[in-house]
Design a protein around this ligand. Sequence first.
Ligand SMILES: N[C@@H](CCC(=O)N[C@@H](CS)C(=O)NCC(=O)O)C(=O)O
Length: 237
Amino acid sequence: MSQKAYSQGSTFPATKPGVLRIYSMRFCPYAERTRLVLSHKNIPHEIVNINLKSKPDWFLALNPLGQVPVLQIDDKIVPESTATCDWLDDVYPENRLQPADPYRRAWDRVYASYNGSLLSNDPFELHTNLEGVKKHLQFFEDKLRARGDGPFFGGSKPCIFDFMFWPTFVRLPIIAIIKENPAANIDENEFPTLETWAKAMKELPAIKDDAFDVERHAIFFRGHVKGTPDYDMFLDE
Ligand SMILES: N[C@@H](CCC(=O)N[C@@H](CS)C(=O)NCC(=O)O)C(=O)O
């Protein structure tokens, strides 16, 4: 199946019985969470990318909010990155990502919610509010260190939150690149526990397979902020 984004007016690519599908956008940090969980758990799936500036009607019928990610299998449809990750982990229990301990599980949700507020901020506001970003990172630095069984938030193995936080974390240097302002870079040495975490994350096959490097994210992001995102950027076909 082509990776090119489907636009308004395109024909719905027929689903196949029993085949899990993710509606995605290649540069979306929310869809990346779900793609990482799919990849880490080795769940077979197909990807349908959506042009978010010109959404097909059939996509809006699946998710009236018009946002990716959305999962679909047979008559089941699940939108929202948090719901998709939880659902995948429940339906495909092998290589479990959610902790058995209810307290730890509750705190993973707190982290996800706190992280969501960073991700939903205007990135250029973050640029001028570097202290806010650092406060945010310090929160995770302290929490991860306090857990004490790292390198992952999940302990010796990743949990869902590891895959939820990663797309935020890797995009932080984009602002310094776009603004051509190295001062907007976060000093890794200030967050040594997160640094160790990032190193461990980069060793995971799911992360190795998925990621665009930060320069490519920045190239996409430039178009995105101008209102002319190229969803098919870097595709050969
Ligand atoms: N709360 C949603 C947010 C998803 C989201 O904002 N996705 C963006 C792409 S990065 C999107 O689909 N934007 C299209 C739109 O809002 O019209 C989630 O966690 O899945």
